[in-house]
Design a protein around this ligand. Structure first.
Ligand code: NDP
Ligand code: HSE
Length: 428
């Protein structure tokens, strides 16, 4: 039987889950794949943590060089997170001829071009299924099964922490800070949860997924990004009255006029398939020109779901030798011929705190009309407050982002009319 030696760098949530799966399923893989996967080494600062998981003390390496020079290690699993020292360690391993499996989306998004060069040069595999959407096999689907298509669009709920938070805010009416602590306890959040709640994590993943889907490098810097920290329960509740659910969406579109890539909170109709993706579940809704709509759904975070993706990559690596790399010229920057659309189209939910006096609605309508915004629905909510203002909510027809920005600045400048309290994009 072929023996496959694995080293794990970092025994945290994902590393611990991976170790557990490999240990408990060793016989299964012996039977199903005729391979004996053995964890030969781990790199972990806290030796007792490794020992508590069942790792023999002598398998805890003192440094990365011990792993690089260990002839029993074939595949290195990087699950430490962050850019450094992860990047140096991964490059060291690739240069030592070890294949690498990683769940590190920040590292992969920012440096996949460098890592790929090292992997190709040293004839090593470089696998990253776990970097995007946890246990959901979206990378392999894009790299293999959907290759026959021109991918037209991809809309995803690709961050488990924010989906967990928004689900709880919607169901229980609690603020995002309160739920964040729960998401951290469950192991969904990044070491620095700002990456989750400000949309960086989703943007790293969208950069990786859209590069694969659109066969051109989409650097992180090209992705419009907004997080959920400004979202209030008030807007989630108002949105429900219009039949909407609020989600942090990652959107990639590849149209005739160019590519648009953005991460931001958005209202979607509660009849949309993505509307029922709750808690730490994630989903990616892909539209290809031949296959039409495909939705991949599952746990986007957590020890065992993410470990499942890592182990899938380990088995794939151990049973294949013709390693596959990007299906585009993988460079640090986008190709000069790739056009990006920043002034994208969308419908909008706009909440105003408007003075409750005659003529206000006419003035707001005049601003919208001047900015090329047409209103689809309007509603006055609640009673006039002590400040003499009342919440007015508008749902617009599809318009351009810059039209809305202009309208917001005009309304905010006319203090006696109204203040813009919230602007949320709407997927119709
Ligand atoms: P954790 O913080 O739980 O685990 C990271 C582990 O790596 C810790 O045990 C840490 O040790 C160890 N580590 C960090 N730096 C070093 C170092 N220099 N030398 C030795 N050990 C080190 O993170 P997660 O497991 O949650 O995430 C790991 C990676 O997987 C990240 O890139 C993350 O984005 C990604 N990911 C996470 C998912 C999840 O659900 N959590 C899902 C998908 C991807 P110490 O405790 O001493 O700092
Ligand atoms: N922090 C990430 C999330 C982990 O919440 O989705 C999975 O990539």
């Amino acid at each position: 039987m072929k023996k496959v030696g694995v080293a794990i760098l970092g025994l945290g949530v994902v590393g611990g889950g991976t170790y557990k799966i490999l240990k408990e399923h060793r016989e299964l893989y012996q039977k199903s794949h005729k391979i004996d996967i053995v964890v030969e080494a781990v790199l972990e600062r806290d030796i007792e943590k490794a020992v508590a998981l069942g790792v023999e003390r002598e398998k805890v390496a003192a440094n990365i060089q011990e792993i690089c020079s260990n002839p029993d290690v074939d595949i290195v699993v990087e699950v430490m997170g962050g850019v450094e020292p992860a990047k140096t360690f991964v490059l060291d391993c690739l240069h030592a001829g070890k294949s690498v499996v990683t769940s590190n989306k920040e590292l992969f998004c920012k440096y996949n071009h460098e890592l790929e060069v090292a992997a190709k040069k040293n004839h090593c595999g470089l696998f990253y299924e776990a970097s995007c959407v946890g246990g959901v096999p979206v990378i392999r689907a894009l790299l293999d099964n959907l290759q026959g298509n021109k991918i037209l669009s991809m809309i995803g709920i690709i961050n488990g922490t924010t989906n967990y938070i928004l689900t709880k805010m919607s169901a229980e009416g609690v603020s995002y800070q309160e739920v964040l602590k729960e998401a951290q306890k469950l192991g969904y959040a990044e070491a620095n949860p700002t990456a989750d709640v400000e949309g960086y994590d989703a943007a790293y993943k969208l950069s990786i997924l859209s590069s694969l889907a659109f066969h051109t490098k989409i650097p992180f810097s090209k992705i419009y990004r907004e997080g959920i920290t400004e979202i209030s329960v008030t807007d989630i509740e108002y949105g429900k009255k219009f039949g909407y659910v609020l989600k942090l969406l990652a959107t990639g579109k590849n149209g005739d006029n160019g590519i648009e890539v953005r991460v931001h909170p958005a209202f979607i109709k509660n009849s949309h398939p993505l509307a029922s993706v709750n808690d730490s579940y994630n989903a990616v809704y892909i539209t290809g020109d031949c296959v039409e709509d495909v939705m991949l759904y599952g746990r986007g975070a957590g020890a065992l779901p993410t470990g499942s993706a890592i182990v899938g990559d380990i088995i794939y690596c151990a049973t294949h030798s013709n390693y596959q790399y990007s299906t585009f010229k993988n460079t640090a920057e986008a190709s000069p011929s790739t056009k990006f659309i920043e002034n994208f189209e969308s419908a909008y939910y706009i909440r105003l705190n408007a003075a409750d006096k005659p003529g206000v609605l006419a003035k707001v309508s005049s601003v919208f009309s001047k900015c090329g915004i047409s209103v689809a629905q309007m509603s006055q909510e609640g009673q006039t407050g002590e400040d003499g203002c009342v919440p007015l909510i508008f749902i617009t027809h599809t318009t351009r982002e810059n039209n809305v920005k202009k309208a917001v600045s005009l309304i905010d400048a006319s203090e006696d009319i109204a203040k813009v309290a919230a602007v949320i994009r709407v997927v119709e």
